[in-house]
Design a protein around this ligand. Structure first.
Ligand code: NAP
Length: 239
């Protein structure tokens, strides 16, 4: 589970463990920083509830770091069946006022990060004979009437990556799907970066919807849902 130290990632990691998975809780934060949540606090939460989890430091923008994290996961758990590529950074500013470093960060974390973790886990998932890869994207990808920003562009590219990959991996019985919240989840990251926007109560989604949807996609393979872009509340029948 890439990007599991807080927010949606924390909720999904806990839900996967409750569903019986051994969870590699991967992200960068090992100590509390500007935002609350660490890989250790999430892994401890799972283990103290009787689940299996391991805190694994990982920067998804570094091929070396991703490779080490995947190797540690395979050593600890004996293989990998599921990837939830959830690590993400938000930048909703218009193109004209987007510094190059923000543009680059969105592409590095949100797109190259998904590429790197997917590439690294693939041989291990294939070796299991079945599996499920899920990339977390956003409804903003289709909102072209609302303009453009680095975040939406990076997530659109992930959807193209995963839809194409689904076709490549169908014969390997590996499901490949994108999943996004149907509405806004008021996570730590959202409140720190996107929180200047006023979100009406009806546009706010409980974190449990993403947890339920991710468990559903993770629990199946290419005989079921594959090559799709899913919205949490639609998939789970909440909306
Ligand atoms: P969040 O609270 O900011 O959490 C982001 C997670 O990504 C953290 O665990 C963070 O961990 C990790 N991360 C960031 N950069 C990383 C890196 N270089 N390497 C490894 N991990 C990294 O965000 P969130 O709101 O839960 O969002 C989670 C995902 O859902 C994102 O992909 C986001 O784009 C997507 N999404 C969210 C919403 C929403 O309404 N919240 C809507 C649509 C899509 P560290 O900082 O510890 O590394």
């Amino acid at each position: 589970m890439a990007g599991a130290s807080r927010g949606i990632g924390r909720t999904v990691a806990v839900a996967l463990a409750e569903a019986g998975a051994a969870v590699a809780v991967a992200a960068r934060s090992e100590t509390e920083g500007r935002l609350p949540g660490t890989i250790h606090s999430v892994a401890e939460q799972i283990v103290s509830s009787g689940g299996r989890a391991l805190a694994i430091p990982c920067d998804v923008t570094s091929e070396e770091s991703v490779g080490a994290a995947v190797a540690e996961t395979v050593d600890a758990f004996g293989g990998i069946d599921v990837l939830i590529a959830n690590a993400g950074v938000l930048w909703l500013g218009p193109v004209e006022s987007t510094p190059l470093k923000r543009w680059q960060l969105c592409l590095d974390v949100n797109l190259t990060g998904v590429f790197l973790v997917t590439k690294a886990v693939l041989p291990h998932v294939r070796a299991r004979g079945r599996g499920s890869l899920v990339a977390v994207t956003t409804t903003g990808v289709t909102m072209t009437d609302k303009g453009a920003n680095a975040y939406w562009v990076s997530k659109a590219a992930v959807e193209r990556l995963y839809l194409g990959l689904a076709a490549e991996l169908k014969a390997d019985n590996i499901a490949v799907n994108c999943l996004s919240p149907s509405r806004v989840v008021l996570t730590e990251g959202w409140q720190a970066t996107g929180g200047t926007q006023q979100i009406p109560p009806e546009a706010i989604e409980p974190p449990a919807a993403m947890a339920e949807a991710a468990v559903l996609l993770a629990s199946q393979d290419a005989a079921g849902i594959t090559g799709t872009v899913q919205r949490s509340e639609t998939l789970t029948g909440r909306a």
